[in-house]
Design a protein around this ligand. Sequence first.
Ligand code: TA6
Length: 313
Amino acid sequence: MSQKPVYVKQCIGLNGLEKIILKEVRGFSAEVYLYGGQVTSWKNERGEELLFVSSKANFKPPKSIRGGIPICFPQFSNLGSLEHHGFARNKLWTLDPNPPPFPTNSSSKAFIDLILKNSEDDSKNWPHRYEFRLRIALGPTGDLMMTSRIRNTNKDGKSFTFTFAYHTYLYVTDISEVRIEGLETLDYLDNLKNRQRFTEQGDAITFESEVDKVYVSTPTKIAIIDHERKRTFEVRKDGLPDAVVWNPWDKKAKTISDLGDDEYKNMLCVQSACVEKPITLKPGQDIRRMRYNTFFLYRNFCSLISCPHLLQI
Ligand code: TA6
């Protein structure tokens, strides 16, 4: 008798931290740590890693894990008294044992819901009650889908405001041979120049020095083309108007203790985000439309990939 496939498996990862493995029958897989609610691995059917995680990453609280897909909430960057990129990436999330089912027209069985709620700790710098439900799913064709639902559960009648990003580190073969399509001619805020606003000139975006830009009002589809590996990542997003592009290049990389000196060559952050116009939620209100799908396309097989159903949770 053939064994039933296991789509979701809970186990112990590095330094005793709990992690969950998602697997699809054709061999695609992803790994998620409860610490940070962070995806740390996403592999195609050939077992090739698609995300970058630094060889010097600390899988040890309270530092966040350098690589994969950190969740930046309730702030992206460094505004006010909160820690850089917010606290969600430094928290232990819980696994919902009974997540609401996927819509019937989606065949994904490899998915989990993680939950993060306010704690005493957060209250010092961000005195709000919230419930953050993060669905992470591996589609039957290997695409990675993330959906965030954030609800204001304040009992004191207060609204709260936040910014957000899926801080995705993609693995690239050689950053000098990578091109991004979909952001050309758009406005961006340059983090290297005090967030001044500029307009991107020219064709596709390529890399030859440090880049740290917040592209605003971006299209729902962005392509990242890795020439060396003949691979294209396609990002599709909804409810996340901005896209942050970051590569520290050589000098900055040397100042980041949990990043190897040369590792900048193999990483590119393309983040689906909401930065320029923060989101405000009234008590009882929630936002469900912060969706993010990433596909990998091998150039010859592009036409085989179609957009899966976007889920409602
Ligand atoms: O997303 C770009 C950025 O905000 C950069 O300015 C850079 O500092 C990076 O994130 C990493 O931040 P982290 O707090 O993870 O070291």
